[in-house]
Design a protein. Structure first.
Lengths: 134, 336
């Protein structure tokens, strides 16, 4: 911590510990309460739980990188050269999760079609056409 | 005018190119550590994205707060408690690492050694915890890289008892367990329950693992026949230590069909062990490097360099990265 005194830097580290600890507890609390472990039968919908837990984790990541790993005190272009490639992962996540959902949908489609009754059709023509050939 | 600007530019470029300046004003070693961490971040991101893609493609997936509910020494259901403890251990070790780097900036050798040793203790504790977690899952619950005994019921029903199965035409067979070596002697198994265990086969079915139906019992030996099942309920296929068999509990669905528990998605086991194993490998190598560097610190190697113990900073970056990866592994595997 370049601009802080030694004493202040020590205090800042333990404040950081408290911050990370509280955020972790908050995340776990959301997971437990949303799945009914704290209040019997109470459930939180996924679209509340997931964004909350994900944004808390992202904040933890920001704090660890910028404070513990000192990125805040480095040259801006270094920070960019490390963080810009991470943006590629945003597309990676979107693309691959969509892929996963599509696999599931295709499997279900196959299962559905397999369970359908097949009409006996002969080759390519209907029985009308064959009538004269037999 | 025109010549002035050309001369100005030349002297500027001469300053940039005349040497002695570090790109990004950072030492080579630190910069390369950052770029190594970027590459490692992509590796872990690839693994976690694969987890997401596969999980989204499955009709059902084990429920984390049901799977990860055990703690050492106390036999209770404590969902996510142990992994939260592991997260705290790693965060604490990151904090002690920051203190070590701060002491290094003051050229305080003994301070660096003290805080690095605490970091090593934290890392070793995390590894011990992870080893306990794996042991419980593998040895107690029978989870492997190819077998996932955790799953969810897809429809409602009720667990069947032995008598009900026999009534439906199943044949009863005795399981050979360790306890039943003594003929006619009522030996008790490790849980104190009667060692006479049976499996049931449908009429005229071959005696192979796929055809065996069991009366549902949990790891304590409590028989759960008659227990109601709701669609979406998580379950664990009981792995018997005496017979080394996975006891697929027989179920009568609400629609009247007789079926049994089946394994969860294979990918769960393989993804869990590979990703947490890969992370654990990073923790292990981190502890190894921390040990090497703390020994060097103690020996005065970095004191001579007078660079504010930059080596400690560099391994500190690696250690924080390991903590950071855990933040996301914890999020993805245990919370989501």
């Amino acid at each position: 911590m370049a601009h802080l005194s030694y004493e202040e830097s020590k205090k800042a580290v333990f404040k950081g510990l408290l911050l990370l600890g509280v955020i972790t507890l908050a995340e776990v609390f959301i997971a437990l309460i949303g799945n009914g472990h704290i209040i019997e039968g109470f459930e939180l919908p996924i679209w509340i739980m997931y964004p909350a837990m994900i944004s808390l984790s992202l904040y933890k990541a920001y704090f660890i990188v910028y404070q513990f790993m000192h990125m805040a005190y480095e040259v801006k272009s270094l920070a960019l050269s490390v963080l810009m490639p991470m943006l590629l992962l945003v597309w990676g996540i979107i693309a691959f999760f969509h892929e996963g959902v599509s696999w599931k949908e295709r499997r279900e489609l196959i299962k559905e079609k397999n369970e359908k009754e097949a009409k006996s059709q002969g080759m390519l023509y209907d029985s009308e056409t064959y009538k004269d050939l037999i | 005018m025109a010549t002035d600007t050309v001369l100005q530019e030349e002297s500027q470029t001469q300053d940039s190119w005349s040497g002695g300046k570090k790109p990004f004003e950072i030492s080579y070693g630190k910069l390369m550590m950052w770029y190594f961490l970027v590459s490692d971040a992509f590796t872990f991101a690839g693994l976690l994205i694969a987890y997401g893609a596969i999980r989204f493609s499955m009709p059902t997936w084990p429920v984390p707060d049901f799977v990860f509910a055990k703690v050492p020494f106390i036999d209770i259901e404590a969902p996510l408690v142990f992994v939260t403890f592991m997260t705290f251990v790693l965060i604490l070790s990151s904090v002690t690492m920051v203190r070590a780097v701060q002491e290094g900036a003051r050229e305080n050798k003994s301070g660096v050694v003290k805080w690095m040793l605490w970091t090593i203790v934290g890392g070793a504790t995390f590894l011990a915890c992870q080893a306990w977690e794996w042991t419980t899952l593998i040895a107690d619950e029978g989870m492997t890289a190819t077998i996932d005994p955790f799953s969810n019921h897809m429809e409602g029903g009720v667990y069947m008892s032995g008598d009900e199965l026999v009534k439906e035409g199943f044949s009863k067979h005795k399981i050979e367990t360790h306890g039943s070596q003594d003929e006619g002697h009522h030996v008790e198994d490790s849980h104190g329950a009667a060692s006479d265990k049976y499996y049931y086969l449908p009429a005229r079915a071959k005696d192979i693992e796929e055809n065996r139906y069991f009366v549902k019992a949990d790891h304590h030996g409590n028989v759960l026949a008659g227990d109601k099942i709701t669609a979406g309920d998580p379950y664990l296929i009981t792995y018997s230590h005496d017979s080394h068999l996975y006891e697929f509990g027989a179920i009568k669905t609400n629609a009247g069909e007789i079926t049994k528990e089946s394994n969860g998605p294979v990918a769960f086991g393989s993804l869990f062990f590979f990703i947490t194993g890969f992370h654990g490998f990073h923790v292990l190598s981190g502890v190894a490097f921390l040990l090497i560097i703390v020994i060097n610190v103690g020996g005065g190697l970095y004191e001579k360099r007078k660079n504010g113990y930059e080596m400690v900073e560099k391994i500190g970056l690696y250690w924080h990265f390991v903590d950071l990866v855990w933040v996301f592994v914890f999020l993805v595997f245990y919370l989501l």
